[in-house]
Design a protein around this ligand. Structure first.
Ligand code: SF4
Length: 243
């Protein structure tokens, strides 16, 4: 029996309609300056960034390079100097230890802190390669692939972004970040380029900070309300299950 062709997934249309609403509310978000888009810079920024605001991690990443001159210099720095250099991070000790471990491993694999080989790799294979480094999970790997000059259309999904997608009924309610990523990536608008993914993630962070906070979402004021299962008063679990 021949199968009827599947129509476009409604989640794709939801994401397409959501983006201009968010741009209208928050404005376009500019991508980082060129010196903050080297893959090695984005890797370090991700590894030290646990539970720390992006601006603070950005500044700390710049300071590391200024203080130790090269990323190899950072890899070789004594751990107490790294603690000191990362004092602005929420967990300086964890950040220092993760950074030391990941850069040391990278130097052991590549001879230096160099990710240029990722340019010729397929996106999934490159992310798998990155995830072998200590302290590098899917979110950091996606950040390196998307926000750097590698410019791949990959979604950076953190727990805040996942929470919003779950409340909207776009990914399963109990999905962890890896499952949520697997659920949403196939329905991302195919015309979106890396910069659109980057902007989408940064705009969704603003949704999380402005209305969709962890404890109690302020749906009545949220611009996503009509596109969101929770905002429409539906059960997001049922909406996601019906996909
Ligand atoms: S409508 Fe409510 S649940 Fe949906 S994204 Fe906005 S604040 Fe979150």
């Amino acid at each position: 029996m021949s199968q009827l062709p599947l129509g476009p997934d409604s989640r794709t249309e939801t994401l397409r309609r959501l983006q201009p609403l968010l741009v209208q509310r928050f404005g376009h978000i500019r991508r980082a300056a060129a010196e903050r888009r080297a893959p090695e810079w984005t890797l370090v920024q991700g590894v030290i960034g646990a539970r720390t605001k992006s601006e603070i991690s950005n500044a700390a990443t710049d300071r590391l390079l200024t203080r130790f001159k090269t990323w190899e210099g950072v890899a070789e720095a004594p751990i107490d100097e790294l603690h000191d250099a990362l004092a602005t991070q929420t967990y300086p000790n964890v950040a220092a230890e993760r950074l030391k471990a990941s850069l040391t491993d990278l130097v052991a694999r590549r001879g230096s802190v160099d990710l240029s080989h990722l340019e010729t790799m397929a996106t999934e294979a490159a992310m798998d390669w990155l995830e072998q480094l200590p302290g590098v999970g899917r979110k950091i790997a996606a950040g390196v692939m998307n926000a750097s000059t590698l410019d791949r259309p990959v979604l950076v999904l953190d727990s805040h972004h996942r929470r919003i997608l779950q409340r909207m009924g776009l990914v399963p309610a109990k999905a962890d970040t890896a499952r949520a990523y697997a659920a949403i990536m196939p329905v991302m608008p195919p015309e979106w380029r890396a910069a659109d993914y980057d902007e989408h993630h940064l705009l969704m962070k603003k949704v999380g900070q402005t209305w969709c906070r962890p404890a109690r979402p302020d749906c009545a004021n949220c611009v996503a309300q009509s596109l969101c299962a929770t905002g429409r008063g539906e059960n997001p679990k049922a909406t996601a299950a019906a996909r």
